[in-house]
Write a protein that binds this ligand. Structure first.
Ligand code: FAD
Length: 393
């Protein structure tokens, strides 16, 4: 058997890559620093574009069994309550061939993990913190905080926003701190206040803030993400959130918004970061994938979707080009403009959601009365299934 492809990081991107590569016949060794594979107890939105990846990874049925299928994406003013925009989601399969859905992160990770465990050629190792690598013409040697080095044919750095593989490959410093803080929580659906729609993705947009909520686990839970601008924190990832700070920012919002926020006692917070899109995320036998390659603000809800597109594209480029460095260079070339567009547009969407004063009025005027077909078509660049050379069929 040929030398394995090594993967640093076992999040959605790393597990997706392990599955895509193993299904294409490459033996894979994946190293996760955590003692177990784990995702947050929070939700993730699935654009129609990711369903084609689920098909390729053989996990569509598992994902659909756990997902919820909301009826619409709705934006409302968090201060005055009027509806700003509405995109009905029933029309998605007709236009894009795939639905728009939402899923619990734990369920998504579990589906990928279960598929990895039953796919020949995947080795998954936990409590293995990667520290760096060396490469030569024949392969890559991966080093760890403890335990001996491992040799492989190539290395995929899927180790997230603070990627050590990226630090070594690109050396471009820490991610960009946006000044936006996200508070997250999950509420049993039975506790959702009266009058709050249950089966839509609802975004309450306000000046320098928003609240988004949507159903999870076939409607058993409601996912909440509250975002506001603050320079209080420079760093923070999955830490206990100060409720007083949240209320300071949301004090002037609609009663429905405050009623939702008031239901949560324990928030976790994230200081949101991204990077400028950049080339150079592959070199020789090493390539980055997912947030390690192109971290983005979550305003288009696409980071995990992009990571799975990366995974499938990477496997296709390796199948198309026998030569590993050429395949990795082609993989980056196929992905860099698409992911760069999502990184850039996500920042713009953040500005649209958080607009204040005349800018907010202009946004409302611009979006008012858009017919659903036009609204759906406006997202075609993102939701249409991406294509690249080497795809089967
Ligand atoms: P990660 O999930 O960060 O995984 C990296 C893995 O590598 C982790 O398991 C980590 O433990 C491991 N690791 C790190 N360093 C090492 C090391 N040195 N050695 C070994 N292992 C290591 N995306 C969507 O598609 N839809 C959404 O609706 C959405 N909503 C979001 C909402 C918020 C508030 C945020 C912050 C993000 C959201 N995203 C969304 C983005 C999405 O969560 C990420 O883009 C995605 O999880 C990235 O996956 P990844 O595997 O690349 O990185």
């Amino acid at each position: 058997m040929s030398e394995p492809i090594l993967i640093a990081g076992g999040g959605i991107g790393g597990l997706g890559a392990a599955l895509a590569l193993a299904r294409a016949g490459h033996p894979v060794r994946l190293f996760e620093r955590g003692a177990e594979f784990r995702e947050l107890g929070a939700g993730i939105q699935l654009g129609p574009n990711v369903f084609g990846m689920f098909d390729r990874l053989g996990v569509r049925a598992a994902m659909e069994a756990q997902a919820a299928f909301p009826k619409a994406l709705v934006m409302r003013c968090a201060i005055h309550g009027h509806e700003i925009a509405r995109i009905p989601l029933e029309g998605m399969p007709a236009r894009y061939g795939n639905p728009y859905a939402v899923i619990h992160r734990g369920d998504m990770l579990e589906a990928l993990l279960a598929a990895c465990r039953t796919t020949p050629g995947v080795s998954l190792e936990t409590s293995r913190t990667v520290t760096g690598y060396e490469q030569d013409a024949a392969g890559v040697t991966l080093r760890f905080e403890s335990g001996g080095p491992v040799r492989g044919a190539a290395l995929v750095g899927a180790d997230g926003l603070w990627s050590r593989i990226r630090a070594q490959l690109l050396g471009d410093g820490p991610p960009v701190v946006s000044g936006h803080i996200a508070y997250r929580a999950v509420l049993p659906m039975a506790e959702v206040p009266e009058g709050i729609p249950r089966n839509i993705v609802q975004l309450w947009a306000g000046p320098r803030l928003h609240l988004v909520h949507y159903p999870l686990r076939r409607g058993e839970l409601m996912n909440l993400v509250a975002v506001f601008h603050s320079d209080r924190y420079e760093e923070g990832w999955d830490q206990a959130g100060d409720t007083a700070l949240l209320w300071e920012h949301f004090a002037g919002t609609r009663p429905e918004v405050r009623a939702m926020l008031g239901k949560i006692d324990a928030w976790r917070f994230w200081v949101l970061c991204d990077r400028e899109p950049q080339r150079g995320w592959s070199e020789g036998r090493v390539a980055l994938l997912g947030d390690a390659a192109h971290p983005m603000l979550q305003y288009l809800a696409q980071g995990a979707n992009m990571a799975l597109e990366d995974a499938v594209c990477l496997a296709d480029q390796l199948a198309l080009h026998g030569d590993i460095p050429r395949a990795l260079a082609e993989y980056e070339a196929q992905r860099v403009l698409r992911t760069g567009r999502v990184q850039t547009t996500a920042r713009i969407f953040g500005e649209i959601y958080h607009a204040a004063g005349v800018r907010a009025e202009l946004r409302d005027q611009w979006l008012a009365g858009r017919d659903p077909a036009t609204a759906r078509e406006g997202m075609a660049w993102l939701y249409d299934r991406p294509r690249w050379p080497g795809e089967p069929g």
